[in-house]
Design a protein around this ligand. Structure first.
Ligand SMILES: Cc1cc2nc3c(=O)[nH]c(=O)nc-3n(C[C@H](O)[C@H](O)[C@H](O)COP(=O)(O)OP(=O)(O)OC[C@H]3O[C@@H](n4cnc5c(N)ncnc54)[C@H](O)[C@@H]3O)c2cc1C
Length: 318
C-alpha cells in the first residue's frame, strides 16, 4: 500500500504511523517547516513557546497508549497546575510535550518519509492514482491512495474535483483565534498558570514558562475570544498584538507592563460546527479526509479521527 498524507498534525501523523506499522509505504507532506500544525511551538531565546494548543487532555486509555507507544516518558508529561476560572472540556489540563508541545508530533514523525515546506495546491486523478501538485504546479508524484488531514476549509479547497466529498464537508465551520506571547517584567505571583476569563477580548492565559523544559521565564500565551478574533480577523498582527497585550496587563493587574514577544493568527483554530462522523473515505478513488473537526475541537479528536481513518483503509485493503 502506497499512501500520500497531506498534513503533519496529530491526525495526519496518526494515520501515517498506523499505516506504516501495517506495512504501508507512506509519504507525509506539510506546508510548514516542521510538524505539529495547531500543536506547534516556536523557538525563543534558546527555549520554546507553544503558540497553538498550550496543553491537552487525554481522556481515553487508547489515546494514552498510542502516545506512550511512540513517546518517551520525558517527551510526554502530566501538567496539572493551578487554574482560575471554569475550563471547558477541551481546555482541561492533563498533558504537555517536553521540551515543547511539537516534540510530540516530532516523535510521532520518527523515520516516516516527510516533505516539509510543501503546500499541496491540488490533486488530480490520473490512470495510476492521485497526482499531487505543489504551489509551483510541479508534479510531486503519483500515489494510489491519498489522505487529506488538514482543517476543513483547507480540505474543501483540495476537493474541488470531488463534489461528493466536498458537499459533505461544506457545512463544517471553523473559528479563528488570535494569540499573543508576552513576557512580564515582574513575576506574577498571584496569577494561576491557567486562567480562563469571562471577558470580551481574552479567553485564556497560559503560563508558558511554568511548563517543563521551556527554558524561559515569565512568558504567557494570551488567547483571544472567538468573537474578538472574528471581529479582528483581517487586521495586521502589528495592530492586534498591542491590544491583546494591553488587555492582558489589565486582567493580570500587573504593576509593570509586559513586553510583547509575537502575535499569531490561527485562521482555523477550533471547530465550530462538527462533521459528526470520524472521517470520509471514497473507496473508489481511494481518497480519505480526516482531522479534529470530524469529531470535535480537541487534540484527542484529531487522533480519534486519524485512528479510524487508518482502520478503514486497512480494512479496505485486506
Ligand atoms: C490557540 C489554540 C489553542 C488550542 N487549545 C487546545 C486545548 O487546550 N486542548 C486541546 O485538546 N486542543 C486545543 N487546540 C486544538 C488542537 O490543537 C487541534 O485539535 C489539533 O492540533 C488538530 O490536529 P489536526 O491534525 O486535525 O490538524 P492540524 O494540527 O491543523 O494539522 C494540519 C496540518 O496540515 C497542514 N496543511 C494544511 N493545508 C495544507 C496543504 N494544502 N498542503 C500541505 N500541508 C497542509 C498544516 O500546516 C498543518 O500542519 C487548540 C488549538 C489552537 C490553535
Amino acid at each position: 500500500m502506497k499512501v500520500a498524507i497531506i498534513g503533519a498534525g496529530m491526525a495526519g501523523l496518526t494515520v501515517a504511523r498506523r499505516l506504516q506499522a501495517n506495512g504501508a509505504e507512506v509519504t507525509v507532506f506539510d506546508k510548514s517547516k516542521g510538524t505539529g500544525g495547531r500543536l506547534s511551538s516556536r523557538s525563543f531565546e534558546g527555549g520554546w513557546i507553544d503558540h497553538g494548543a498550550p496543553y491537552f487532555p487525554v481522556d481515553s486509555p487508547e489515546f494514552h497508549d498510542f502516545l506512550t507507544k511512540y513517546l518517551s516518558a520525558e517527551t510526554l508529561q502530566r501538567w496539572q497546575p493551578p487554574v482560575s476560572g471554569t475550563l471547558r472540556e477541551d481546555e482541561k489540563a492533563h498533558f504537555i510535550g517536553v521540551p515543547r508541545n511539537s516534540a510530540i508530533t516530532r516523535a510521532l514523525l520518527g523515520d516516516l518519509c516527510f516533505q516539509p515546506s510543501t503546500r499541496i495546491a491540488r490533486l488530480e486523478r490520473g490512470p495510476d492514482g492521485w497526482q499531487l501538485f505543489n504551489d509551483g504546479e510541479s508534479l510531486l508524484g503519483v500515489w494510489p491512495q491519498v489522505v487529506i488531514a488538514v482543517p476543513a476549509p483547507q480540505a474543501l479547497a483540495l476537493l474541488q474535483g470531488q463534489p461528493s466529498l466536498a458537499e459533505v464537508i461544506a457545512p463544517v465551520k471553523m473559528e479563528p483565534c488570535w494569540v499573543a506571547a508576552v513576557r512580564t517584567k515582574t513575576k506574577l505571583t498571584a496569577q494561576a498558570d491557567i486562567s480562563v476569563y469571562q471577558d470580551t477580548v481574552v479567553r485564556r492565559v497560559t503560563h508558558n514558562s511554568a511548563k517543563t523544559g521551556r527554558l524561559n521565564t515569565d512568558v504567557y500565551l494570551v488567547q483571544a475570544t472567538k468573537s474578538w478574533s472574528v471581529a479582528h480577523l483581517e487586521e495586521s498582527a502589528a495592530n492586534i498584538g498591542p491590544q491583546l497585550q494591553k488587555r492582558f496587563d489589565q486582567l493580570v493587574a500587573s504593576d509593570a507592563t509586559s513586553e510583547l514577544l509575537f502575535t499569531h493568527r490561527w485562521r482555523y483554530a477550533f471547530t465550530e460546527t462538527v462533521l459528526g462522523q470520524p472521517f470520509l473515505w471514497d473507496d473508489i478513488s481511494k481518497l480519505g479526509v480526516c482531522g479534529d473537526w470530524c469529531l470535535g475541537r480537541k487534540l484527542e479528536d484529531a487522533w480519534q479521527s486519524g485512528t479510524q481513518m487508518a482502520s478503514q483503509m486497512l480494512l479496505a485493503a485486506s
